[in-house]
Design a protein around this ligand. Sequence first.
Ligand code: GLY
Length: 586
Amino acid sequence: MADFDGKAPSAGRFEVIRYGFGRSRLGWRCAAVAFLKCLLFAAVVCVAHASGRPGHAAIASAHPLATQAGFEILDQGGNAFDAAIAISAVLAVVEPQSSGIGGGGFWLLRRAADGKTVMLDGRETAPLAARPDMYLDTRGEPRLSASLDGALAAGIPGLPAALVRLSKDYGRLPLAKSLAPAIRHAENGFAVGLRYAKAAKDRESALRQSPAASAIFLDQGIAPQPGFHLVQKDLAKTLRRIARFGHAGFYGGTTARLLVQGVKDAGGIWQAGDLAGYRALERAPVQGMYRGIRITSAGPPSSGGTVLLEALNILSGYDLARMDALTRKHLVIEAERRAYRDRDLYLGDPAFVNMPLNRLLSAAYAAGLRVAIRPDRALPSAALAAAPEASRQGDDTSHFSLIDRHGNLVAATLSINNSFGSGFVPPGTGVLLNDEMDDFATAPGRPNAYGLVGGGANAIAPGKRMLSSMSPTFLETKDRTAVLGTPGGSRIISMVLLAVLDFAEGRGPESWVSVGRFHHQYLPDVVEYEPGGLSDEDIRGLESRGHRLKPTGYRYGDMHAVQWDRVRNRLSAASDPRGEGVAEVK
Ligand code: GLY
């Protein structure tokens, strides 16, 4: 956690905050000085408040080098959007288990100058040769690893297109400048951490199947130990081509040729037209209110914002603050059950499916769902009208949150789906490809890697974007602005929900990222909880109300959040204690 009263390295003009106003035994001279300082502080706050600018910046990301790169770009005169390019690209290099230029993501943006709020959609697409049954064998049974490991599992990457668009439409600096820190880290290498080492161990066999991936990410075919120096020369070359040629540096020319050839040689189905046709898209985010908080979050093709808002709409009918902790948790679980069910029934790529978003996000719909919620008893998911099938999402995703001194905001969640994505690198590119195709409902009627149930709305089709749970989110009250999000597959939405409820209680980023986590996603009909996420009393109480509980055995999520207290003009930032990230205010 960093905040302006605490770790902020340069106190700058707000230093007076640390002095406070309650010094005792001041002489008249000191009192006069203190009084003048108070006046100065008040003036600074008024000016900052009136101008709507924090005057400083806050960044929270999953890796120290990414946070550092963000500040490096801000120091060079870049804005939040240039910094977001630098952070996204550095995460792609230093956290290859979680995100990458072979993957995609969603960047939720607010431009302070005109208030424009938009979601940049860099989600992967299914290749044009993709078919709904491409992961089934001749008997219609799922080929289990085909949508997870190797070239066939990869969707067409969106991250490079999104970074180019971010630079062109919102940035101030040349793209090459914003990509420079990532190129440097790829070229010179860096020491990997414990998370990398653990993920590489988990995915060792998939990585071994790709000679290029094995040569880059393993140490002579073995998952390396923390401290291993990871150098990615081919990735540096690819990043340089993007820096030089922009969109065409990835989706055309040498990079595209190497990507398509590599995928085809390994049994994949990419064609040059897949890359040539890829576009990052601007979309309207979804918005709603919960107890005076305006929530802005990811719209389709992410389910994140819709499920989050539907659950909050249901919960807004209860005065949670006045309830006992157990009933409160029970109601959160019941709200999640219903909102995740609607995810599975209705949501998909808006270019392919008509979704009843207005209905799902209406207060009347939430009121209807509330009618069947009992405060003392769980309703089994099987008793709700059935959603057609199950799907799951990879949880090795990444997130960062940032606010610059002008008040520009970025919340970005980036993914290659499972750890190290598909584990496949097309030779000569250094680009680790995603396994995001598994986020489609690959085998109707069956759960995917995360047990989510998904239906025809999320069936595979050529050029379609697979449904996501990524939920980069802004929260705003009359006094506070917050930017947050987390990786975690299907659990992303429930983690953000718990953070919103914590924000509503008046707590700050350090608390949101630390809050104990539990999760229900309609199917499987269980409440998952991390160690410490539920007390023994909660567990007994929820079981007696009819819930089935399942401990995860490990703490999950890696939330990164920043807050701007606009009344005190104070920034604070926090990175999840479960991860290796760094949050700073400067
Ligand atoms: N691959 C994780 C998600 O998109 O939700």
